[in-house]
Design a protein around this ligand. Structure first.
Ligand code: SAH
Length: 251
């Protein structure tokens, strides 16, 4: 039987948010490869080999998946959320580009998942309803100066913004700096949403303003959404408000 690699997104956490396409790929797989907490989300079976690896070895993990597929195995590489958003799909293609020519002939497919910013936005209402951008705040794979430049320009362009990896262990001060940069370019009343562990039992949503936001409101399980200058908050008698960004910007 010929092997394949499917790079699959497991969604933000809840079983109900794993797509049927991803479930079908896992059911056909002989091997699952990925970062430890993501592999642990896959139900074990006697005929399924689970290969857990540390977060820092993405390219090795991708090569391992491609090698196994070349030997005829059916390999699912798992990411949380969507595999194309700050995740394994790019690592697999990087490995293909630099690897043996035979890898280019392999059956390789990307199976989308619900990415954290969309799960978080849905909980809050529709804060990403107009133009927005997504920025990974971890400086593990890029210089901090580039992150700051993109933050400044995103604020200037008046995009709503979604931040992933808001606090990396190697740079705990990064998110404090992010808030400072935003305060230079946005008004204090700008809406900011901290969405933690969306769709898991630990889920917590906090809607606040840039003036009130503090670095401790974010951790590695939090997606942070910043509204544009047009983003609105609808307060309700109880519970979190609805946050939305209108569909149109007046001429
Ligand atoms: N590929 C993933 C992102 C990986 S980066 C995706 O598409 O969602 C990891 C970051 O995603 C975390 O630091 C956090 O910012 C965000 N994240 C992942 N799962 C989340 C969840 N359930 N709730 C909130 N944020 C989440």
């Amino acid at each position: 039987m010929s092997g394949w690699v499917r790079i699959a997104g497991l969604g933000p956490g809840a079983e109900a948010l794993v797509t049927p396409e991803v479930q079908a790929a896992l059911a056909e797989a002989t091997d699952v490869v990925g970062y430890i907490p993501y592999v642990r989300r896959v139900a074990p079976r006697p005929d399924l080999r689970l290969h857990e690896s540390d977060n820092r070895v993405e390219i090795d993990r991708a090569r391992h998946a491609l090698e196994m597929a070349s030997e005829g195995r059916r390999v699912v590489v798992v990411s949380s959320g969507d595999p194309g958003v700050f995740a394994m799909a790019s690592a697999v293609f990087e490995a293909v580009e630099d690897g043996p020519a035979a890898w280019r002939a392999l059956e390789i497919g990307v199976l989308p998942g619900i990415t954290a910013m969309l799960a978080a936005a849905a909980r809050a209402g529709a804060p990403l309803g107009h133009d927005f951008c997504a920025i990974n705040l971890s400086d593990n794979l890029k210089p901090w100066a580039l992150i700051e430049k993109r933050l400044r320009l995103a604020a200037e362009a008046d995009f709503a913004m979604a931040f992933y990896n808001p606090r990396s262990k190697s740079r705990p001060e990064g998110f404090a700096r992010t808030l400072e940069v935003l305060r230079e370019g946005c008004e204090p009343s700008r809406v900011i949403i901290f969405a933690r562990a969306v769709s898991t039992p630990d889920e917590a949503l906090r809607v606040t303003t840039l003036a009130e936001a503090t670095p401790e409101m974010a951790d590695m399980r939090t997606a942070v959404l910043v509204g544009s200058s047009a983003t609105r908050v609808i307060n309700r008698p109880e519970g979190a408000p609805f946050v939305y960004t209108p569909r149109s910007v007046p001429a």
